[in-house]
Ligand binder design. Structure first.
Ligand SMILES: Nc1ncnc2c1ncn2[C@@H]1O[C@H](COP(=O)(O)OP(=O)(O)OP(=O)(O)O)[C@@H](O)[C@H]1O
Ligand SMILES: [Mg+2]
Length: 557
């Protein structure tokens, strides 16, 4: 599992590559800042041995000025590199989030049938932010601290190798202790993120289903479920925190013990006249400064375990395969002249054939109706026609051209599907209708609204088309939502329009008017309605009966 996680970090290189030069520059500036930090303790040796012990004021002034200059220059360089590095890493992580986001948009209904919304949001938001938090200073902190540690160790050996051994003898124990805590934290970090996602999922699911919760008096039950998930989150959080605190402090405390040893041994050397006072002061300065970068590296690798977990959760999303893809030599499609044909199409969900070796043709330029019992596979047929799904066997074709060979954007301009339960964004009715063609003029949107039978509704609304539809269009009735979706279709004016249960929420009079309007607006184009209602079928030019994933009958009127 550990090895896998490290490989995950290697996969970040596609996001790092475009910024490699800028990152490199910031790291060089950061390293220069930390090299300046290394000079300071050595200046204290000069200060003690040459200025203080020899009572030389000139030397005192020189060392004071140099110390001040080194500190200021070092701080400026660290600030510049830290700021620049943060900027670059923020851009990198934006790229990553965007990539995950566009990937999610390309995944099929099969993926979403299984995915949990709360979990997806938690990965896209929380996990990406966690990766960003760590990676925003990972390279810089690691390299500058590593340089500082290596430089300090070198200077310490140079000053007194005996003292050096006394100073570092405890370090391996400290690292071993740290590794022990780190392994525990790895496991706890994953558990923590999963528990947090479980809470998010519960929120999203019960809030989306708030009507169901109310109707079945389940509010208390849901609160109890939330409480229990929260309890297990908090208990993992506490275990994570205590492990994290122990992991940060115990190894560090061990290192502090080494400082005492250096003091004792160095003091003895000075008393015996084998070491200058300045050497011990400089050595102590290096040694005491060693603690903070070592702790910061140890702390960083602790955060790294949590970032590793988040990264693998993000990469799991990116690894979800995209089923519907466009071939490199995809061809344009802009109209249907003869027919849309299903040839020997089989589509399985979880191994069960929803459509079983189905063949039929829907003639172009006519009004066709697909009729059949619930669960018979009608909506699946619609999904196949716009390539939300691809068949497991056989082909869906426009004028003999396999849809898999067409350009996706062309196909979805040519064939438009209005879903069985149409989706509305939280925005005005205008924005919701104009979604089909965002840059079309107001007049066209109004015409589409009227053609879809929204005139009455709009007349009753003080703000007309500027009325806000509410989250998922919930300020509207089901029939009104459906008409907004149909207005979108009028605006898009595709060559082929598929309406999945267009009149399920409409009364007979509205349905009649809708069909008349559709036939008029789509005269000469291909109109396909999926329905349970025989009334719609009675006005169609072509009827297809579907049952249990098979075509029972095809009738041309
Ligand atoms: N993602 C999925 N995973 C598993 N099974 C699925 C999935 N999507 C649909 N099904 C199954 O496929 C079958 C056909 O579904 P489909 O939505 O095409 O039916 P339908 O004819 O449109 O029904 P209705 O008239 O009720 O809308 C159903 O039995 C359904 O359970
Ligand atoms: Mg359906």
């Amino acid at each position: 599992m550990k090895e896998q996680n490290w490989r995950d970090f290697l996969r970040m290189k596609v996001f790092v590559r475009p910024y490699a030069c800028q990152l490199g520059l910031m790291i060089v500036i950061g390293l220069a800042g930390s090299a300046l930090g290394l000079v300071q303790p050595y200046l204290s040796k000069y200060l003690v041995d040459n200025a203080l012990l020899r009572r030389d004021v000139h030397a005192l002034m020189i060392s004071a000025v140099l110390m001040f200059a080194a500190t200021v220059a070092g701080s400026i360089l660290s600030y510049v590199s830290g700021y620049g590095y943060m900027r670059v890493s923020a851009s990198m992580l934006l790229d990553m989030r965007l990539k995950v986001y566009t990937h999610l948009h390309a995944l099929s209904p099969r993926f979403y049938a299984r995915a949990r919304l709360g979990d997806l949001v938690s990965r896209l938001n929380g996990d990406v932010a966690e990766v960003q938090r760590i990676s925003s200073d990972f390279f810089l902190t690691t390299l500058t601290n590593a340089l500082f540690i290596a430089g300090s160790l070198g200077m310490m050996i140079w000053l007194s190798w005996k003292l050096f051994f006394v100073g570092i003898v405890l370090i391996p124990f400290s690292i071993a202790l740290f590794r022990f805590f780190q392994i525990r934290m790895n496991l706890l970090a994953r558990e923590l993120r999963e528990r947090s996602a479980a809470i998010g999922t519960l929120f999203v699911e019960t809030l989306l289903g708030v009507r169901l919760v109310a109707c079945f008096n389940s509010s208390e039950y849901e609160s109890e479920r939330f409480r229990s998930r929260n309890d297990s989150f908090v208990s993992t959080l506490m275990r994570f925190q205590s492990t994290s605190m122990l992991g940060r402090t115990v190894p560090g405390t061990l290192l502090t013990a080494a400082t005492t040893a250096v003091f004792v041994y160095g003091g003895q050397q000075i008393i015996a006249g084998q070491m200058t006072m300045g050497t011990l002061v400089a050595f102590m300065a290096y040694h005491s400064r060693l603690l903070s970068p070592v702790q910061s590296l140890l702390g960083l690798s602790a955060s790294l375990s949590s970032a590793k977990v988040s990264l693998s959760r993000v990469l799991e999303l990116l690894d979800a395969p995209i089923e519907v893809t466009e071939q490199p030599d995809a061809v344009a499609v802009s109209a249907v002249h003869r027919s849309i044909e299903f040839r020997d199409v089989t589509l399985r969900h979880d191994g069960r054939a929803v459509l079983d070796d189905v063949s039929f043709e829907i003639p172009a330029g006519m009004f066709s109706v697909i009729v059949g019992p619930s669960g018979g596979g009608k909506s699946t047929i619609a999904d196949l026609m716009v390539r939300l799904l691809d068949p497991d066997a056989g082909a869906v074709m426009i004028d003999g051209l396999d849809l898999k060979r067409t350009r996706l954007s062309d196909l979805r301009r040519t064939v438009v599907l209005i879903d069985q339960s149409p989706y509305l964004f939280h925005g005005t009715l205008y924005e919701n209708i104009a979604y089909a063609k965002p840059f079309v003029g107001r007049v066209a949107v109004e015409q589409a609204a009227h053609a879809a039978g929204l005139t009455e509704l709009l007349r009753g609304l003080p703000e007309g088309l500027n009325t806000v539809a509410g989250e998922r269009g919930l300020t509207l009735s089901a029939g009104e939502r459906q008409r907004v979706a149909i207005a979108r279709a009028f605006l898009a004016k595709p060559e082929v329009l598929i309406l999945d249960e267009p009149s399920a929420a409409l009364d007979a009079a509205c349905e009649r008017e809708l069909v008349d309007n559709l036939r008029w607006a789509f005269a000469g184009k291909t109109l396909i309605a999926i329905t349970h209602k025989p009334a719609l079928a009675s006005v169609a030019d072509h009827i297809l009966y579907i049952k249990d994933g098979r075509v029972v009958e095809a009738v041309s009127v």
